[in-house]
Write a protein that binds this ligand. Structure first.
Ligand code: NAD
Length: 509
């Protein structure tokens, strides 16, 4: 990457985009938290950070705002999210570009992330008229039993760098129509897109007119600010997305104060390629799943089990795809693979590759790609043929490494598939109905997402998103994930003149 003139530098473009999106210059300059773009490695902002006292005050304001916001009828709350969707549509190109700058995503993925935000807004608008409770048959005459869903309070959102804006919207769109207020602690690696989202939200609020201030706010800082959110007694629910390491710290702290949690943690996602698989389709799905977003999706395909009958047909084609995939700046080229987020990610990748090699892994790719920017970390995605399901293959390395193991027995492939700590996403490539049904059955994939003839990544918002085991068990986005943002009251109403007790108990005084 050539050293560009000041006018053309990424940092200049970033400032212009932030201004266009409505972020004040004072929010991104003169502070103590440096922000870098992985595209060139250059510093693009110095953000003022919030102190623990600021964070406490912000949470108090959110708690005050909740008292009013919960009284606004849910369909009217949906109107705010409808306006947010409109504002996101208007800002899609700029916000998508900012995602590319800050997280290094290629343009279609940066824009795709904003599209996901728009989609969840649409979903939440409909949901605002469908926060249904059940009416339940009661055993007592002249009684009616029903359930009512009420808002929870302040919802804390902690998010990871790799989906810097979508994760906020999955949580916020649902939390707001559910009647909650939101305090968001974005990743310290991607604070600028968070400030841009807040500016977009503020525009929706302004158009809405009479919403209480502070129903959505951002906390800028590192994990210590996240800890304030986790420990604050007025935060009813924390939805935390990030590594399993983070979840191990956050989960017990929330449990200790009986707060609700949605934990969306690491994945070590796998695919099985069966003898009957459509190999053209599998190849494309594997390539996108494993190399897309430079292997930095929670749902990235990291392990592949290929049947011996098709191994020698698929692997040469896969290797060719790995050798030919384009790697480069998402801002200046049409490359399919952008940069790793930082040096630590690069070092983690190299360490995993070396460990795999030491136990017999045969590596294609994995080398650093020199773009001329010393502090930017571009790599050729790595394909590693492994003799066994072992070593670094059992853990998530947040980089583009795909481990491949040959199998002969379906049950053995399934056993290896499930034999890791994480349980997020999974897929099978087969045209055999028995195999696909086995994969989806009770003793099949143990993941929160199980796909047939689709890769592991790229979920739609309509389904509930999340995973099992060390992925944390949380669900966000579609289906009935909204229930996690509300509390349920069971109401029994007696409209008779008697007082029959349940279970036939008599207590006559
Ligand atoms: P990370 O765990 O380093 O950080 C995530 C967020 O947690 C950041 O905002 C960070 O400041 C905060 N944090 C860290 N420790 C904390 C603590 N003790 N208390 C409060 N907050 C804390 O993760 P990352 O490197 O930004 O993201 C990559 C990881 O996230 C990968 O493991 C990936 O699989 C996972 N991820 C999971 C999902 C999912 O939906 N399951 C989605 C995206 C990313």
């Amino acid at each position: 990457m050539d050293t560009q003139s000041t006018e053309k530098s990424v940092s200049t473009e970033t400032r212009a985009l932030l201004a266009k999106l409505g972020v004040a210059d004072t929010a991104v300059s003169g502070g103590t938290m440096a922000s870098f773009t992985p595209v060139t490695g250059e510093k693009i902002a110095d953000l003022p950070v919030h102190s623990a006292a600021d964070a406490g005050a912000i949470i108090e304001r959110a708690a005050n705002a909740f008292r009013d916001w919960r009284l606004v009828p849910a369909p009217k709350r949906g109107e705010l999210i409808r306006l947010l969707g409109e504002e996101l549509r208007a800002s899609k190109a700029d916000l998508g570009r900012l995602v590319s700058i800050e997280a290094g995503k290629i343009p279609s993925e940066g824009l795709g992330e904003v599209q996901e935000m728009i989609d969840i807004c649409d979903f939440a608008v409909g949901l605002s008229r469908q926060l249904y409770g059940l009416t339940i048959a009661t055993e007592r005459p002249g009684h009616r039993m029903m359930e009512t869903w009420h808002p929870l309070g302040v919802v804390g959102v902690i998010s990871a760098f790799n989906f810097p804006v979508a994760v906020w919207s999955w949580n916020t769109a649902l939390a707001i129509v559910a009647g909650n207020t939101v305090v968001w602690k974005p990743s310290e690696k991607t604070p600028l897109t968070a400030l841009a989202c807040q500016a977009i939200f503020d525009r929706a609020i302004k158009r809405f007119g009479d919403a209480p201030a502070d129903i959505s706010q951002v906390l800028v800082g590192d994990r210590s600010i996240g800890e304030v959110l986790v420990d604050h007694p007025k935060v009813a629910l924390v939805s935390a997305t990030g590594s399993t390491r983070m979840g191990r710290e956050v989960g017990p702290r929330l449990a200790k104060r009986f707060a609700r949690s949605i934990l969306e943690l690491g994945g070590n996602n796998a695919g099985i390629v069966c003898p009957s698989a459509d190999l053209d389709m599998a190849l494309r799905a594997i390539a996108f799943g494993a190399m897309g977003t430079a292997g930095q999706r929670c749902t990235t395909l990291r392990r592949l089990f290929v049947h011996a009958d098709v191994y020698d047909k698929l692997l040469p084609r896969l290797k060719k795809a790995y050798e030919s995939v384009s790697v480069g700046s998402p801002l200046e080229t049409s490359a399919l693979v952008g940069p790793l987020i930082d040096k630590a990610a690069f070092e983690g990748m190299q360490k995993a590759i070396e460990t795999a090699k030491a136990i017999g892994g045969q590596v294609t790719g994995g080398d650093r790609v020199d773009t001329g920017a010393a502090e930017a970390y571009y790599v050729k995605p790595a394909l590693i043929e492994m003799p066994d399901h072992a070593g670094p293959m059992l853990e998530e390395t947040f980089a583009p490494i795909l481990y491949v193991v040959k199998y002969t027995e379906f049950d053995e492939a399934l056993r290896m598939h499930n034999d890791v700590g994480a349980g997020l996403s999974s897929s099978i490539f087969t045209l055999n109905m028995q195999e696909s049904e086995r994969f989806l059955a009770v003793d099949g994939s143990d993941c929160g997402i199980a796909n047939v003839n689709i890769g592991t990544s790229g979920a739609e918002i309509g389904g509930a998103f999340g995973g099992e085991k060390e992925t944390g068990g949380g669900r966000e986005s579609g289906s009935d994930a909204w229930k996690a943002y509300m509390r349920r009251a069971t109401n029994t109403v007696n409209y008779s003149k008697a007082l029959p007790l349940a279970q036939g108990v008599s207590f006559d005084i």
